[in-house]
Design a protein around this ligand. Structure first.
Ligand code: ATP
Ligand code: MG
Length: 426
């Protein structure tokens, strides 16, 4: 992508109304646009990151046997009345309104009711179980506090998976498998997530599990043991800082953290009111046992930014970076001058040519070909946007028959040959 043509420009200063680091950096970098509190648009750079994250999540959900589908946001009141949640969630945070014909409808903020209803057509007998389905879908929630950028949106993309089982034992089996998949997802995003026990609230008497990443931007507080990694959300915990860990006796600490995902055992809470039953081997009708598993994609992206950034900008892990290489061309660097023999020197490469080489090799590259920006402005943009590798082509590098390369995490670049650079980034 040529930066001269990129939709979405970097900003020198963060918008005044933003407090969260993720929102400041993502808006300044041209990744997102704030439409209103808690409502953000993804611009091309932001969408690239979102798609990287979506691909990781999708791969792991497919690997546990998940089937992808896509359900609606707009839903009839009657569906939600069956579980009593129309009234419960109508107080907050569900958006509910009347359409022009006076019919009451709502914007789904989660999809247990919808899936329990739709699954009626797929599940009749024990032979139809287990089943796992998931989607990437925009959720709407009228969140009271929407000050944390993408961490707390009022419209946000969630991956939600729902599982259907014949009994608790089979749910337990799958729950552990999803736990493994979630750990892989967060690791692949270069995040260290603690698995914290939390209250199931209205859902279940059992604990649910939250994937918590330490961060000052977090809205949760967890008590945790750094030795055995046992953790609990403060909201339910009887532990306090300095206590002995109930599992290994090490001292318990506390930290602010971001809940990047969670997994729930729903039991029969939704299947019974929705009439989702199956017949067992003897023809006895039993309620289907369900689980649900969520990850907020924007929140995950924001968490990567909170963790992987410094005062200059974002430092994307390769797995989530919008581009792998930010190629910058400075004055006189677009084309290498012809050699004495009248042909371009075989080892000196200009920016335009190197851009084409990278594209041909399939390297994702943002090419800063802008003629109206100074070297300082280009470098500042590269630090802000945060691609893992910065490559600079200039008169100086051409004279040295190389390209200057610097990792985002390094202070100084060094000139190496084109061949060597390709070896590193491919
Ligand atoms: P929280 O306690 O943070 O409000 P929640 O318990 O409401 O989260 P769920 O309804 O289970 O969360 O949603 C599943 C996942 O979706 C969460 O783990 C989180 O990653 C994400 N998520 C929830 N609410 C939001 C939001 N307002 N904006 C962005 N992501 C969200
Ligand atoms: Mg919530």
């Amino acid at each position: 992508m040529r930066q001269s043509q990129l939709f979405g420009k970097t900003l020198r200063e963060a918008p005044k109304d933003e407090v969260a680091v993720n929102a400041k950096l993502l808006e300044r970098g041209g990744f997102i646009y704030k439409t209103m509190a808690g409502v953000y648009d993804y611009l091309p750079l932001g969408l690239k990151v979102l798609e990287k994250i979506r691909a990781i999540v999708r791969e792991e959900m497919n690997s546990v046997g998940g089937q992808e589908l896509l359900l609606t946001s707009l839903q009839p009141k009657e569906r939600w009345e069956k579980t009593g949640r129309w009234e419960e969630l109508g107080r907050e945070p569900m958006y509910q309104f009347k359409d022009h014909s006076g019919r009451e409808v709502g914007l789904a903020m989660t999809h247990e009711e919808a899936l329990a209803e739709i699954a009626l057509r797929s599940i009749q007998s024990y032979k139809d179980l287990p089943l796992y389905v998931y989607q990437f879908q925009n959720k709407f929630r009228d969140e009271l506090r929407a000050k944390s950028g993408l961490i707390r949106g009022r419209e946000f993309l969630m991956k939600d998976m729902y599982s259907f089982h014949r009994d608790e034992k089979d749910l337990d089996r799958f729950y552990r498998i999803v736990d493994g998949a979630y750990k892989k997802i967060f690791k692949r995003c270069d995040l260290d997530a603690y698995v914290a026990e939390a209250s199931g609230g209205a859902f279940t008497k059992e604990f649910t599990h939250e994937y918590q990443v330490f961060s000052e931007a977090g809205e949760d507080i967890i008590f945790y043991c750094s030795k055995c990694r046992y953790a609990q959300n403060r909201e339910i915990s009887s532990m306090k800082e300095g206590d002995a860990c109930p599992k290994c006796k090490e001292m318990v600490k506390s930290a602010k953290s971001i809940e990047v995902g969670n997994i729930f055992k729903l039991g029969t809470k939704y299947s019974i009111p929705m009439g989702l039953l199956y017949s067992d081997e003897k023809g006895v009708k039993k309620p289907v046992v369900m689980g649900s598993y969520g990850i907020g994609l924007g929140r995950l992206m924001a968490t990567v930014v909170e963790i992987h950034s410094n005062g200059l900008g974002i430092m994307w892990p390769e797995s989530t970076a919008p581009f792998k290489v930010h190629l910058i061309v400075l004055d006189g660097g677009k084309k290498a001058p012809p050699s004495k023999a009248g042909r371009a020197s075989p080892t000196a490469v200009g920016g335009e040519k190197f851009y084409k080489i990278l594209l041909a090799k399939g390297v994702e590259v943002l090419y800063d070909d802008r003629d109206d920006k100074s070297a300082g402005e280009k470098f500042a943009d590269a630090d802000l946007i945060g691609a893992p590798w910065r490559a600079v082509v200039s008169e100086k590098t051409i004279a040295a028959r190389g390209i200057e390369v610097k990792k985002r995490s390094e202070k100084e670049g060094k000139i190496i040959s084109e061949k060597e650079l390709l070896k590193r980034v491919i």
